[in-house]
Design a protein around this ligand. Sequence first.
Ligand SMILES: C[S@@+](CC[C@H](N)C(=O)[O-])C[C@H]1O[C@@H](n2cnc3c(N)ncnc32)[C@H](O)[C@@H]1O
Length: 282
Amino acid sequence: MPITSGLIPIGKQAFLDFTKTVRENVGLALDDSKEYLLDSRLSPIAKVSGYENYAALIQHLNASPVGSLHWQSFEALLTNETMFFRDEHFFRGLIEIAIPSLINKNKNNKKLHIWCTSVSTGQEAYSLAILLKEHFPELSAWDTKIYASDVCNSAITKARAGVFNAVEIQRGLSPELKQKYFKVDRDGFYVADPCLKKMIHFFNVNLIENLNEIQSFDLILIRNVLIYFSPETKKSVLTKIYSKLLDEESFLMLGASESLIGDVTFTPHRVGKFSFFKKKPL
Ligand SMILES: C[S@@+](CC[C@H](N)C(=O)[O-])C[C@H]1O[C@@H](n2cnc3c(N)ncnc32)[C@H](O)[C@@H]1O
């Protein structure tokens, strides 16, 4: 029985095969209700690559080993929505609770290592760097590092460049901070100050792969990405993240609408509107 999208039919089996490949490679869970997404996101790739429509592209992808056209398609299906200082309660909580607590914990070794696990085009990491500079200037004398990663290569390339257009720059960033930390280039784009770039190391990490090479952190952000995973993928990612928190005083942060209901390895904490998690000893 074909599933139809607009006028283009895509067979049920083709849909299942392709969404399985997507799930196995990037974790993204797509059910039947998301078929419109395949149409809208893959049609431009189909056109440029010489396929009649997105259904023909999927047919080709299903019949070939995973390669660059697959990855181009996976990246097109990811949702990269982000903005500076997304969720004010989160950043207020960092200022008032998490960072002071970590400064106290690490006052002897003067090290603060943070990982933004799904940073998209970088606004989350630049917001963090600005927050540390504005509110915790003493950290400039510490070994302070923000590691920021994403599975999406094009997003990480943009994040690393630190160049934002006029619309992106005003989403969440006050005029004062914009002026202080970004310079306008000849084409009207806003370029992040080198002092921010120096604090952030951008790299590519797929959360569904093994994370053996990744070190441990005082603070891990995994915001607005678990919602795209199936419950099994979410559980497996969180198991790996557990081992990447340095100790029981380290912080794990999710997105504002995300929860860890039923999870037994993390303890939820809430102070006012600020929610965070710490790991339970096993
Ligand atoms: C909606 S954005 C959230 C960006 C940012 N964390 C925020 O809250 O504004 C979700 C990000 O998760 C990334 N992502 C999706 N699957 C991933 C995976 N398997 N590994 C790493 N990142 C992934 C996407 O590429 C996207 O950039």
